[in-house]
Structure formats: structure tokens, C-alpha cells
Design a protein around this ligand. Structure first.
Ligand SMILES: CSCCC(=O)C(=O)COP(=O)(O)O
Ligand SMILES: [Zn+2]
Length: 210
């Protein structure tokens, strides 16, 4: 597959994920952003401000992973996601990161506000959909980072934590949403589905236990 075909194929996968996530209520309004690795030096990412349930071929841009220059802007003049630095830093952490997905569900937003020190998920069978988890008895502490409009500064904080805690499959930003990733768009999408299910369960358990 040449570069253009790669971009089209990854864009199509990301658009399908966007439609699913919008239908589930995980990317309201223009919230969320999605990216996929094209090769060792490039990623494709959603343009800023686009409706993630209605993405088409003109809603993606190619960005260099090392120098961050825009390689292909369609339509010309489009700007990459405001949260591009959070994606770039994930790809730079290693070749196993093939896609990065960010959602803004109600559960992720509310739980991250209630638990700024981290959200603990344990006792759920669906935890096994996440990498490195082989039993419902596992205890996953999902870190919560304070929100920040300075995205490169936020990305630096996130990556410092992730490199000190290798194997973490995702994180939350307080009052904002979920970031997760995978080796492919399909794998990252599975991680979004698992996290969103687990976070919704956790919110419901807490609500019913009051
Ligand atoms: C409308 S939500 C505020 C911005 C945001 O958090 C987000 O995920 C979408 O930003 P983008 O620039 O990627 O459209
Ligand atoms: Zn966001």
C-alpha cells in the first residue's frame, strides 16, 4: 500500500470508530480526536473541530512524528487536533503504539472529577479485554491528570507517568475524558469499548451504593 492508500485506509477505520463512538454518546458535539500511525515517521490525525460522528476523507491530516510538520492537509488550511501533542508523544514512546483514541463520555468525565487521584477498576470480567490483564481480580489504577490548556505541558506530565508505569493501557484527564491506544485502530477501539464499559459500570455501582 502506498502512502495515500494507507492514509485512506486508516482514515476509513477511524471514521467508522467515530460513528460508533458518537452513537454510544462518547464523543458529543465535536469532542474527541483520533489518530493512527502510517509509518515510522508519520501519523494521520483528525482535523480540529470536526464532528467525530461524521468524519470523511477531508477531515484528516498527516503530521510528522519527529518534526511535527504537516505533510498533507486536506482541505488546505485545516488544522490538526488541538490535542495533537498528546498523540505525538504516545507514538514517540515506541513502535507498538499504532493508534491513539480519545473520547469524552459522561462516565469518564464524572469519574475523573470525583477521583482526581486515580480511578480504581477491579472485580470486572471485562478488565480482561485490556492488555496485560488475565483475571477479573486484577486491580487497574487508571491515572487522572489535571486538565491543562497547555497541551505540550500536559503531554510531558502524562508521558513521565507512563514511562514510570509501563504497561498502563490508558489514562483520564480530569473533567475531560479518556485516552487509550493500541497496536492497530481495531485494538485501540477495543480498548475504548472496554474502558467505557468499565467506567460506566463503576459510575453505576457508586450511584447505587450511596
Ligand atoms: C468540544 S470538546 C473541546 C476540545 C477537546 O477536548 C477535544 O477533544 C476536541 O478537540 P479537537 O481540536 O481535536 O477537535
Ligand atoms: Zn478532548
Amino acid at each position: 500500500m502506498d502512502g495515500m492508500e494507507q492514509m485512506g485506509a486508516r482514515g476509513e477505520e477511524l471514521s467508522r470508530a467515530g460513528r460508533l463512538f458518537f452513537d454510544r454518546g462518547w464523543v458529543p458535539a465535536t469532542a474527541g480526536n483520533f489518530s493512527a500511525r502510517l509509518d515510522a515517521r508519520h501519523m494521520v490525525i483528525t482535523a480540529s473541530g470536526r464532528h467525530k460522528g461524521e468524519l470523511g476523507a477531508g477531515d484528516f491530516l498527516v503530521v510528522g512524528l519527529e518534526d511535527e510538520t504537516l505533510k498533507d492537509v486536506r482541505p488546505p488550511g485545516g488544522k490538526p487536533s488541538a490535542e495533537t501533542a498528546l498523540h505525538l508523544r504516545r507514538y514517540r514512546s515506541g513502535p507498538d503504539v499504532g493508534a491513539v483514541l480519545h473520547t469524552h463520555s459522561l462516565a469518564a468525565t464524572v469519574l475523573s472529577r470525583l477521583n482526581p487521584g486515580g480511578v480504581v477498576l477491579e472485580g470486572y470480567e471485562v478488565l480482561k479485554a485490556l492488555p496485560g490483564v488475565d483475571s477479573h481480580t486484577a486491580r487497574l489504577e487508571v491515572p487522572v491528570f489535571g486538565n491543562d490548556q497547555d497541551i505540550p505541558r500536559l503531554a510531558a506530565r502524562v508521558e513521565a507517568h507512563l514511562s514510570a508505569h509501563p504497561g498502563l493501557p490508558g489514562y483520564l484527564i480530569e473533567g475531560h475524558g479518556l485516552y487509550t491506544w493500541g497496536r492497530s485502530v481495531a485494538e485501540a477501539r477495543r480498548h475504548v469499548e472496554a474502558f467505557e464499559f468499565l467506567l460506566a459500570c463503576e459510575l453505576e455501582v457508586r450511584r447505587l451504593s450511596r
